[in-house]
Design a protein around this ligand. Structure first.
Ligand code: LR7
Ligand code: MN
Length: 621
């Protein structure tokens, strides 16, 4: 890889010049469309007013802009990994760009804004036919805050160069009060030369929720398609989303989110089965494989996949349905929480009767067309059947969009907690306690007023969270949290030492040893639940871990929990506080780890020592 990328490097000026020439050629090619495009140009600073209702007009199926040729040997031209071999000042600049953006912008700036992406779709997707002339048109809304030039512009170009002209109403960029120089005049100028692109600027930092809503309120399309500002759309990404909303107006449809590496700009992801969204009891979004029940429901691998939740950044929704559902909670600041809040809300309206029918009739296509005819936002104010207003959240396997996942958060996300609390308070009923148990700090977080959101929930006659868990997300284990049997698991002999589990990789939680650490009372990695099945569950994360003892060993190791607890995962917490491992007939003891100052729980012959006594404590205080 190193050798290959080294060969692909070319002097910056030369490459820049070549790219500029290509862009110029492309623009000349566009000149024939001049009048149409000029009529649609609306870029410029200042808040845009919602335009007049659009009149149907003919359009082309070709992308809004042709993609200028990019030499195959240009850096990262086909989405492959690039690792620049830099020294001295260049290396320093690269590192500085990573510090500032948490993305290797030094490299991004050297990769074409018009690059091609490797095929990432299931071959069956190519056989799909779309009803171009009747599909709704979409406004693509991209909110940005202090984004780097090349990642932002690559997003815009990739939308224009992959979206059929006939389907794209406009691209609305919402500047969320950025303070970087390149996003001021220079950006406005650049965008004013692009067809269908509008720029709106917030007058203060709004956070992504209200920034997106600024865009939505100016949007003229029938469908709102939200994207983050560091995306690359794959060819054919838009049609499946719009086709689905055309079929069912209450469908909220996400593309498959492919990963663009923050350091090499490699376009990752595969054409296999996409993952769906869930969450853990800290209200952190998680990815899951498609459950069996959903695979049975799907007619083919290129059918939409229902998903309990979405990641949040990339989705399409009918504008009317979005408004009907109460758009977003405008009390949410900066970042976080809105994705689960929106997912809960959408799915609370999920078509449960349809599911039941489906089970009895076994005829999903008929059902789909039937509901497509009846479900309409206009019917929703006075539902005669619950499912008339049913919403559904889906991922379309034929729509792929890449997203740069930064190295770490580039700006403070300290509002995320309050945002999650708002979602929990409005939508989770008594289940919010399970969240608070696992994140005691959340209980203390000021979250503002949610009266209006609760009223919205009443008005829409939403189902409750119990229904959501049982119907939409049955895979999620619902903790029992019996009083006295959850929280920190503290030792009596050692002062202030608790069970602690810190897997090096959050996505790979099994296989590591449980240790003892000073009790911190913050839930999270010191939170355990003792279940009536006698498991000690580590269930702040997904998938959940259960403490096990491997044959002949004396250490406590995290395994995945199972449907029924296997013998090596069973512990009896006895009245006197001893923690008895049934299979080995031994007791858990707080012991010093060999040749170190740290402590671990180990299996030992049972004694009366306080080092073998344990008790659960919910909080520090
Ligand atoms: O104050 C802000 N104002 C903004 O306009 C903060 C952010 N933003 C913009 C920002 O420039 C970007 O375009 O909002 C967008 C999202 O912010 P990111 O890119 O920092 O968020 P993220 O990609 O880390 O986080 C994911 O979760 C968020 C929860 O609030 C949002 O829903 C993001 O859109 C979402 N991103 C995705 O779903 C892409 C896939 C990531 C995953 C999993
Ligand atoms: Mn993002």
């Amino acid at each position: 890889m190193w050798g290959r990328t080294a060969r692909r490097r070319c002097p910056r000026e030369l490459r820049r010049g070549r790219e500029a020439l290509l862009v110029l050629l492309a623009l000349l090619a566009l000149a024939g469309l001049g009048s149409v495009l000029r009529a649609q140009r609306g870029a410029g600073a200042g808040a845009a007013e919602p335009g007049p209702p659009r009149t149907p007009r003919p359009g082309r199926r070709e992308p809004v802009m042709p993609r200028p040729p990019v030499p195959a040997n240009a850096l990262g031209a086909r989405g492959e990994a690039v690792r620049l071999q830099l020294q001295g000042e260049e290396l320093r600049l690269q590192e500085e760009s990573v510090r500032l953006h948490q993305i290797n912008i030094y490299l991004s700036d050297r990769i074409s804004l018009h690059r091609r992406l490797p095929e990432r779709w299931n071959p069956l997707c190519k056989e799909k036919k779309y009803d171009y002339d009747n599909l709704p048109r979409t406004s693509v809304i991209i909110a940005f805050y202090n984004e780097a030039w090349s990642t932002l512009l690559r997003t815009v170009y990739s939308v224009l160069e992959t979206s059929p002209d006939i389907l794209l109403e406009e691209v609305i960029l919402v500047d969320d009060y950025s303070d970087r120089e390149h996003l001021k005049e220079r950006l406005a100028n650049e965008l004013s030369g692009l067809p269908k692109v509008r720029l709106i600027r917030a007058n203060k930092r709004e956070g992504l929720v209200r920034a997106r809503l600024l865009g939505a309120s100016a949007a003229r399309g029938d469908v709102l398609t939200f994207l983050d500002c560091h995306c690359e759309c794959h060819e054919g990404w838009l049609e499946p989303l719009l086709q689905r909303i055309h079929e069912e107006e209450s469908a909220v449809v996400c593309p498959v989110i492919d990963v663009i590496d923050w350091n090499t700009f490699e376009y990752l992801g595969n054409s296999g089965e996409p993952q769906i969204g869930g969450f853990d009891w800290r209200l952190v979004f998680t990815w899951h494989t498609v459950p069996e029940r959903e695979r049975i429901r799907m007619q083919s691998p290129v059918d939409v996949i229902r998903s309990p939740t979405m990641a949040g950044g990339l989705f399409a929704v009918s504008k009317k349905y979005f408004e009907y559902l109460g758009s977003y909670d405008t009390g949410m600041e900066v970042w976080g929480g809105e994705n689960l809040e929106f997912s809960f809300r959408t799915r609370f309206h999920h078509v449960i009767q349809a599911d039941l029918k489906l089970l009895t009739s076994g005829d999903p296509p008929a059902l789909a067309s039937q509901s497509a005819g009846i479900i309409g936002v206009s019917h929703c104010t006075q539902p005669t059947h619950i499912w008339q207003c049913g919403g559904v959240l889906e991922t379309h396997p034929c729509s792929h969009v890449g997203h740069v996942f930064p190295k770490q958060a580039p700006y403070s996300r300290n509002k995320a907690l309050a945002n999650s609390v708002r979602a929990a308070e409005v939508w989770m009923d008594e289940f919010k306690e399970l969240y608070y148990h696992r994140n005691p700090r959340a209980r203390l977080e000021p979250f503002g007023d949610v009266t209006e959101r609760k009223q919205l929930r009443d008005k829409l006659q939403c189902k409750d969270f119990k229904w959501f868990l049982e119907t939409v997300y049955p895979e999620l284990h619902v903790p029992e949290d019996r009083p006295g049997f959850f929280g920190m698991l503290q030792n009596k002999g050692l002062t202030d030492y608790c069970f602690d589990y810190n897997p090096p990789d959050e996505n790979q939680i099994v296989g590591h040893q449980v240790i003892l650490y000073l009790c911190h009372g913050m839930g999270q990695n010191q939170f355990f639940e003792y279940t009536s099945q006698k498991e000690i569950r580590y269930n702040t994360h997904q998938p959940e871990g259960c403490i096990a003892v491997e044959a002949g060993m004396d250490t406590l190791i995290m395994h995945l929990c199972e449907e029924t607890a296997p013998e090596n995962q069973k512990f009896i917490l006895q009245e006197d506080g001893s923690l008895f491992h049934e299979q080995s007939k031994k007791c858990v003891q707080a012991a010093r780890k060999e040749s170190s100052d740290s402590f671990v729980p180990l299996l030992r012959d049972c004694t009366n020592s306080d080092h073998q006594k344990w008790f659960f404590k919910e909080r520090m205080l």
